[in-house]
Design a protein around this ligand. Sequence first.
Ligand SMILES: [Zn+2]
Length: 299
Amino acid sequence: MKLIVASLLLFIGTFYGFGQDIKEFPDLKLEINTAAEETNLQPEEAIETIDIKDEHWNTRRFNPYTDALVKFPLHLKFEEQDYASPLLNDLVITSRFGWRHGRPHKGIDIDLHTGDEVVSILDGIVRFASYNSGHGKTVIVRHFNGLETTYAHLSAYSVKVNDTVQRGQILGKGGATGNARGSHLHLITSYKGIAINPEYLFDFSDDHEIRSSELWVTRRWTDPYHHSSRKRSKLELLLSKEEAIASLDKEKKIYIVKRGDTLSHISRRNNVSIRSICVANNIKTTSLLKVGQKLVLEL
Ligand SMILES: [Zn+2]
């Protein structure tokens, strides 16, 4: 009985809490931060010796991590200082990680001609090499730090699952399979199934540098809503756990407009100026708010 009541409370809490002001639930916020600290108490060596095929190694599923518990900030380490360019030609980014036409775009699009060779940007093991609706012919490589890179819309495969690949090794040929308008590479970088803005990890200029040997990733860098597919996001690397936790605290909040809300009401209740709400959301003070509309609040 206790269990049923607890589940019910959790359900109501989850449902009611969606879109609500987090400040009304100070306990909830505290819990998230505590949990984030706990994940990183493991000794450094534990990360180095992880067998990447040990957990969630599924060669048939695009994302085998749907039931994985992931806590922020994510912690990524890189042995290398640079990565191999996924294409032999110069990289021309046509669309970035971010909000696009009212939908999330969780990778970056790199221009190519059908038949161009696509290579693995780091050493790793091929976890998936199959057709996926939307992504078309897709190769996913899991790297030795747990990061996965996904290469979508390919026209041909050069590898099969469980193949060990070297940085720079050809994975297949580019194309426009799946839901692609024109040939391009849709490149996703993800950790435990959570897509990270690739530009937070990799510098896509000619030097092909990895941003840092150690990086902490907050929700901001995994949520397309905070980025635009049309422009580069301002980069503020989080190089220590302390920085990342401090950043998690002050990150922007998504507010979902409720019935009867007005800009001044939202502004007062969240301690954010009306001007700041308008600038962050590209709306006017006179704009009509719709129930269910998402507003970014820069806290
Ligand atoms: Zn794309």
